[in-house]
Design a binder for this molecule. Structure first.
Ligand SMILES: Cc1cc2nc3c(=O)[nH]c(=O)nc-3n(C[C@H](O)[C@H](O)[C@H](O)COP(=O)(O)OP(=O)(O)OC[C@H]3O[C@@H](n4cnc5c(N)ncnc54)[C@H](O)[C@@H]3O)c2cc1C
Ligand code: SF4
Ligand code: SF4
Length: 932
């Protein structure tokens, strides 16, 4: 193959996409190239596309330069189908489109819409999409359709293949076909008659061989994502239908899915769950066969090793240590359109199980919390293995399917195979109704013996799954590079020949994701294996799944948590291999901004990480290592003279406000922009706070005392010019008084700080000293009285260091528990906007905040696309692009009628106001207005 001139191609791309959408630097190509699989390929160019026109332009140029391309949605694929060493085409937000027709119950979805977001948008209609991979909170529609992903409930009947009604697809030759547009179909029939004739001929050949046709039909009774969806050849007559159904599960090797229309399925709210434990695996599997004939929604099998891995999880209904070696459990869920229908279903499901073979009976719970706990047990299995694996190894989740009637025998065989090959720590669980088993084990790829062990295991696995059971080697996760060498083994020569003809016909230049699904190299699954060098105990267990990405404010601006960890690993690898490599120096230099400066330190990544990895803590540890002695000294000085620092801040804010008053907002903004460009001055907007000035005495005579701790930001920053809001302490005092409390400010407040501003900069000594000082002061004053923090990040930090000394309360906790029940409330006319800060989310108080707001306002809008606001204490001033990026969807999420917003952090409120054009204040103002 001729060498591709990637430098020229990158330049050419800038004629079809904006310049900054073409990424060629060492750090970001590597970082953006990472997916969840254990394969590593480093793209030459990453190009971020926002529209079909751009895709067509990129495809045209890639063809011209003979450069293979790979599409990328969320990069959660496990089989190596979303990585490339050529051009990676990453879908931007332009493809996050959504439309729903309640009449037809069809949703038209763009390929970069996250599956979970689609379901959230469909929820008011009582509908959801059929495919339900466990990764749905991160995986995007393009990847879900192109992998034919499925999960616990969807089986084969509700996967993308069976619930797609139409599709818009672009081929590598630049043709676009939209099957819900008759004009597009007619034009395509005429322009691509040869292609359609070719597909019709392949289908005829499949049908002409009755044994082959029967085999195809039979194999797709089970979940199967090995090879192409050649059931399209026997299910449809019109080659247009065949083409679009072949796109499902084609892993980006046949065309680009611009939109997919799904017939939605009911999303029943009435659910019940049972965790049924059996003394032996055959009894559990017999129950599965019986359940197959009932209206059950999900049946998850957990083998003995899985139960062992989750035995300490809260809500585990049996004592796992007392179970025999062969025990197994089924997690069963039933759903119904209403309670009566659900109960009827539960009756049928329960009757199907021979209760005498169970160890704990068949007891369904309707309690949402208990059900969530039971599901958490099952979800905890995979992280349990991931978390305890040796550093440097990867965790592999395999995904096979056996005929359900042979599940018991197959599961025992699989267990024996794993044990015989040294994978005795592996756990087996899965979607039992479909005979779909996942098994999870740790695997090192650092030495040849380990690779050889894995290679041998894969051959034996193929012998077992295909040779003995005629099952699927990949049921859900796609063929990728991992199973490409085994496609022919599973399907046989005739069916594989059909697949090769399809690829040659639809993508004759082999431009789209070559090497994926079909690969002539029998060793392809053993090449380009990812290495996971040790970096820090804080992140070494990361499996690069990408689940943290949607929560991260810098994802899409610079790096996501996964990309921060993956790049740190690569830099650690390069340090060992060649510490003088220019690529290493390039990456290190770029990481200082992309990895460090633009990390908000919010730790929201940890809340969605299956392994609870806190990338923010990792970045803070790097900052600590890096913090120069001078910076530490200055930090200590500021900490020692905190009151003076606050006064200086107030003075600076007053000065800025005076200038604002004199020159007006336009001149002020222009001047501030210039000062920022020339001298790196903080970003100024008209929402910039005025100095709060002298704190009011705010005495409210009687009532039970409450220590009210206002953060340093609240103490220094008042409302912006033009906002005549009352002083926060006055408002708090009044609200507390109404509920029978007396506000008491802590003594010597101006010198106090929880240490958060220092901790976020890696100045841990000063942070700790300030925390100790605060703890000592508050424990002395507040032994018997509540200590309420007005600002959530400070409350969260105080909870971490308070120990037994005092019990800090977040304002929201106090309002929800102690204040609101004692007030008479008249909800204000809405709508009002609400922002849950990262700390509120991490403290598990987001629902409480929403509850407070809903009691105080008739309509509350909490935009789901806004997570961490990216202001991060002072980054909104120093690195405002992070705040801009994090809040890019805020304005559009708020209706015009919504003029007021509420939160629990003064600095977050500055950014929220600037980006929405609404006034944002403490939630206390809302409670005050509703309780007047
Ligand atoms: C912890 C974990 C659990 C998982 N659980 C499940 C599960 O329960 N069930 C399951 O099925 N999978 C599961 N997966 C695998 C994976 O999450 C899913 O297959 C998911 O649907 C992939 O979506 P994505 O957006 O990440 O796609 P990507 O990984 O970005 O891409 C997937 C494939 O689609 C192609 N592609 C992307 N967009 C387009 C497009 N617009 N047009 C054409 N091709 C495109 C890519 O080239 C690639 O080949 C899991 C993964 C992880 C890490
Ligand atoms: S940090 Fe956690 S969520 Fe993020 S990629 Fe690593 S394991 Fe996955
Ligand atoms: S701490 Fe916040 S900004 Fe940093 S990686 Fe985690 S989610 Fe992203």
């Amino acid at each position: 193959m001729p060498k591709v001139d990637y430098a020229a191609l990158a330049l050419a791309f800038t004629s079809v996409v904006p310049k900054d959408a073409v990424v060629t630097d060492s750090l970001r190509t590597f970082a953006y190239g990472t997916d969840a699989s254990f394969y590593r390929l480093d793209p030459q160019i990453v190009v971020i596309v926002e529209s079909e026109t751009q895709i067509l332009g990129v495809l045209r140029l890639s063809r011209l330069y003979s450069a293979p391309v790979t599409f990328r949605a969320a990069g959660t694929s496990l089989s190596g189908q979303a990585v490339t060493d050529s051009v990676l085409i990453t879908l931007g937000e332009g493809f996050r489109t959504f439309a729903y027709d309640p009449q037809t119950e069809v949703a038209g979805l763009g390929p970069s819409l996250v599956g979970g977001d689609a379901n959230r948008l469909l929820s008011p209609f009582g509908r959801k999409i059929g495919p339900d991979p466990a990764s749905i909170a991160t995986a995007k529609i393009g990847g879900i359709a192109a992998n034919n992903a499925s999960g616990m409930c969807c089986g084969t009947g509700q996967n993308s293949y069976h619930t797609m009604t139409s599709m818009r697809v672009a081929l590598s030759d630049g043709a676009v076909l939209d099957t819900c547009d008759p004009a597009s179909v007619a034009a395509f029939r005429s322009s691509h008659a040869a292609l359609l004739d070719g597909l019709a001929a392949i289908a005829r050949d499949a049908l002409a061989d009755p044994a082959l046709a029967a085999r195809i039909r039979d194999k797709f009774r089970l979940k199967n994502t090995t090879g192409y969806a050649i059931n399209a050849l026997v299910d449809f007559e019109d080659p247009i239908d065949i083409l679009v159904h072949l796109m499902i599960g084609s892993e980006g090797t046949l065309g680009f899915i611009s939109r997919i229309d799904y017939k939605c399925v009911p999303d029943y709210r009435d659910k019940a769950t049972a965790f049924v434990v059996f003394g032996d695996l055959p009894s559990a599997c017999r129950a599965v066969s019986a359940l197959k004939r009932t209206p059950v929604d999900a049946v998850e099998l957990l083998d003995r090793a899985t139960l062992e891995s989750v035995k300490f999880k809260r809500g585990m209904p049996v004592d796992v240590d007392k179970l025999g070696v062969g025990a197994a459990a089924l997690l069963i869920e039933a759903r119904g359109p209403d309670r009566a229908a659900l109960d009827e279903r539960i009756g049928l499901v329960s009757a199907a199980i021979d209760a005498t073979t169970t160890l704990n009976g068949v007891n369904f719970s309707h309690d949402a919390l208990e059900c969530a706990r039971l599901w958490d047990i099952r979800k905890g299995a995979f992280p349990a293995v991931g978390g305890r694996r040796p550093a440097g190894t990867t965790v592999i989740i395999e995904d096979v399917a056996f005929p359900v009637e042979r599940l018991a025998e197959a599961t025992s065989d699989l267990r024996a195979l794993l044990d015989a090959n040294g994978y005795d720590q592996a756990i087996i669980f899965g979607h039992a109704l479909e005979g779909n088993l996942h098994f999870v084990f740790a695997q090192g790829f650092e030495d040849k013996a380990e690779i050889a062990r894995y290679a041998c295991f894969m051959q034996l696995l193929a012998d077992l799954v295909v040779g003995k059971y005629d099952g699927s080697l990949k049921a859900e996760h796609g063929t990728g590079r991992n199973m490409a060498p085994f496609v022919e083994r599973e399907w046989g020569a005739a069916a594989t020949a059909l697949m090769r003809r399809i690829k040659a016909l639809v993508d004759p230049e082999n431009l789209l994701n070559p090497g994926v699904i079909l690969n002539d190299d029998p060793q392809a699954h053993l090449k380009n294996l990812k290495s996971l060098p040790k970096v820090s105990s804080l992140v070494d267990s990361c499996i690069e799944c990408g689940f943290c990405e949607p929560n991260c404010p810098s994802h899409g601006l610079t790096l996501s948590p996964r990309q921060r960890i993956a790049s740190a690993r690569e830099m650690a690898r390069l340090e060992c291999v060649d510490p003088t490599a220019p690529r290493l120096a390039d990456m290190q230099q770029a990481y200082a901004y992309a990895g460090d400066t633009t990390c908000a330190g919010c730790s929201l990544c940890s809340t969605v990480c299956p392994l609870e990895i806190d990338t923010g803590a990792f970045i803070r540890s790097l900052r600590k290592e890096k913090a120069a002695p001078l910076a530490r000294k200055i930090g200590a000085g500021v900490g020692d003279h905190f009151g003076l620092t606050l006064n200086a801040t107030r003075l600076a804010l007053a000065g800025a406000d005076l200038a604002h008053k004199i020159v007006g907002p336009e001149v002020m903004q222009a001047g501030a922009r210039l000062a920022r460009e020339k001298f790196g001055a903080p970003k100024w907007t008209p929402q910039f706070p005025r100095s709060r000035g002298k704190l009011s005495a705010a005495t409210t005579g009687c009532g039970a005392p409450v220590l009210f701790f206002e953060s340093c930001a609240s103490r220094a920053m008042g409302p912006p010019r033009g906002d005549d809001s009352e002083d926060l302490r006055e408002v708090a005092a009044r609200v507390f008084f109404r509920a029978g409390y007396r506000l008491v400010p802590p003594e010597g407040l101006d010198d106090l700080c929880c240490g958060q501003p220092f901790a976020s900069k890696g100045l841990s000594e000063t942070a700790e000293a300030k925390a100790l000082e605060l703890a000592a002061r508050l424990s002395g004053q507040g032994e018997k009285i509540p200590v309420v923090f007005d600002t959530s990040p400070c409350a969260s930090r105080a909870k971490a260091f308070s120990g037994e000394d005092f019990a800090p309360l977040d304002l929201v906790e106090f309002l929800a528990r102690d204040i609101l029940p004692k007030l008479e409330l008249r909800p204000v006319e809405g709508p009002v906007a609400l922002h849950a800060t990262c700390s509120i989310r991490k403290m598990g108080l987001a629902d409480a905040l929403l509850g407070v707001a809903k009691l105080c306002a008739k309509e509350v809008i909490a935009p789901p696309d806004v997570k961490c606001c990216g202001f991060a204490g002072d980054k909104g001033f120093s690195t405002p692009e992070l705040n801009d990026h994090a809040l890019r969807h805020l304005g559009e999420a708020l209706p015009e009628a919504c003029r007021e917003g509420y939160s629990t952090s003064r600095t977050c409120e500055i950014g929220l106001a600037s980006h929405s054009g609404r006034r944002y204040r403490s939630i206390l103002h809302l409670v005050d207005a509703a309780s007047r």
